[in-house]
Design a protein around this ligand. Structure first.
Ligand SMILES: NC(=O)c1ccc[n+]([C@@H]2O[C@H](COP(=O)([O-])OP(=O)(O)OC[C@H]3O[C@@H](n4cnc5c(N)ncnc54)[C@H](OP(=O)(O)O)[C@@H]3O)[C@@H](O)[C@H]2O)c1
Length: 350
């Protein structure tokens, strides 16, 4: 029997659309992936914690949703809800994980457990339901916090964040993403599950969901509106949410097992990003408190580009983001604005 994309037989490919599950389907990144998958004819199971929450209603309005989208109520810490959502799927895209915007009161409970136990449950549920392939959404932050990395050496997929460094400096998000990746890599090797680890940079871009603002979009809204918090002018690995969705589908169909992919544009200096925004939209207040950081990293994303990934230009991402925030009402002056905690300069985090 011939094999096609996603490891399916030619016969099954002709008889039914490929069926995949996206965890956390109502989220910023995952919803763009759901939209893309539907537009490519996939049957999609999307997990959400509360299918009746009005913030998830937009999913059912996506083109193709009536025929090909099913919502499943699932929590990553509730294994049985995952097996129900994965049943019948050949692949899973695991995006559901906290992206905190405030200072964590209980990092173990709020970040580590959902990210790590959630990943363990997803891995086990993939095996239990005969899922062939898992795309795990990690982060470049699982690769960048590594003081032992040789100075001047360009970071690539072989760079891992140092877990002890992250723990000592309370960089919980990076610690959780690093550990979740390690667990998935090991599990894939032992079980034969085809695991691909995907590490996007800071994701900006237009919103599909207009009621709740995700953490990284809050960063860009803060930059536009200004506020009391100090930013650093470090170089940021920015990437468009639509290019992230494209990348995930590309990896699903082309990446080898156990592979890891970093994904972003070339690093952008925050001062440069502000200049671009101000030239396009001169009338916003803009974040004016910025400290210079004597810190520069180099990172390559050639691996995913060599698979055929082509990101759009930063200007397009910024313009489409701003238009989308305007449409959703997130730029109104009356709304108070703070920079999400994990983006504050460490010395002024409080
Ligand atoms: N945005 C970025 O710049 C960026 C960069 C690199 C990697 N990532 C990764 O990309 C993924 C999606 O992030 P995003 O930016 O799209 O954020 P988001 O919009 O906040 O999405 C996160 C999703 O995870 C769900 N979730 C959290 N804890 C859960 C749990 N215990 N059980 C079930 N669902 C849970 C949330 O569901 P609720 O709606 O119910 O809360 C939400 O749908 C995350 O894994 C994140 O670490 C993001």
């Amino acid at each position: 029997m011939g094999q096609a994309a996603g490891g399916r037989s030619m016969e099954s490919l002709m008889s039914s659309p490929p069926r995949v599950c996206v965890t956390g389907g109502g989220g910023f990144i995952a919803s763009w992936l759901v939209k893309l998958l539907l537009s490519r004819g996939y049957a999609v199971h999307a997990t959400v914690r509360d299918p009746c929450d009005p913030k998830n209603a937009f999913l059912e309005q996506l083109d193709g949703a009536a025929e090909n989208l099913r919502l499943f109520k699932a929590d990553m810490l509730d294994y049985a809800t995952l097996t129900a959502a994965f049943a019948g799927c050949e692949g899973v895209f695991h995006a559901a994980s906290p992206v905190p915007d405030g200072k964590l009161v209980d990092p173990e409970k709020e970040m580590m457990v959902p990210a790590i136990e959630g990943t363990r449950n997803v891995l086990k549920a993939c095996s239990a339901t005969n899922v062939q392939k898992l795309i795990q959404v990690s982060s470049v932050l699982a690769a960048l916090f590594n003081p032992g990395w040789p100075q001047g050496k360009v970071r690539d997929e072989s760079s891992w964040s140092d877990k002890e460094f992250c723990r000592e400096n309370e960089i919980w998000y990076a610690l959780a993403k690093t550990e979740a990746e390690e667990i998935a890599l090991e599990y894939g090797k032992k079980s034969g599950l085809h695991v691909i680890r995907f590490c996007p940079g800071v994701v900006f871009g237009p919103l599909l969901q207009h009621t709740v603002l995700n953490t990284t979009s809050k960063v860009l809204v803060y930059i536009l509106k200004g506020g009391p918090d100090t930013m650093n002018n470090k170089s940021w690995p920015i990437v468009d949410v639509r290019d992230v969705a494209d990348a995930m589908l590309l990896l699903y169909n082309k990446a080898g097992s156990s592979e890891r992919y970093l994904c972003s544009l070339d690093l952008v200096d925050m001062k440069h990003l502000l200049e671009i925004l101000k030239s396009m939209y001169p009338n916003y207040n803009y974040a004016d408190k910025m400290v210079d950081m004597d810190y520069r990293i180099e990172m390559t994303t050639d691996k995913i580009k060599n698979l055929g990934w082509k990101p759009r230009k930063l200007e397009e991402t910024l313009a489409d983001s701003v238009e989308s925030y305007k449409e959703a009402g997130f730029l109104q002056a009356s709304e108070p604005c703070r920079l999400p905690f994990m983006f504050l300069v460490p010395a002024v985090q409080q």
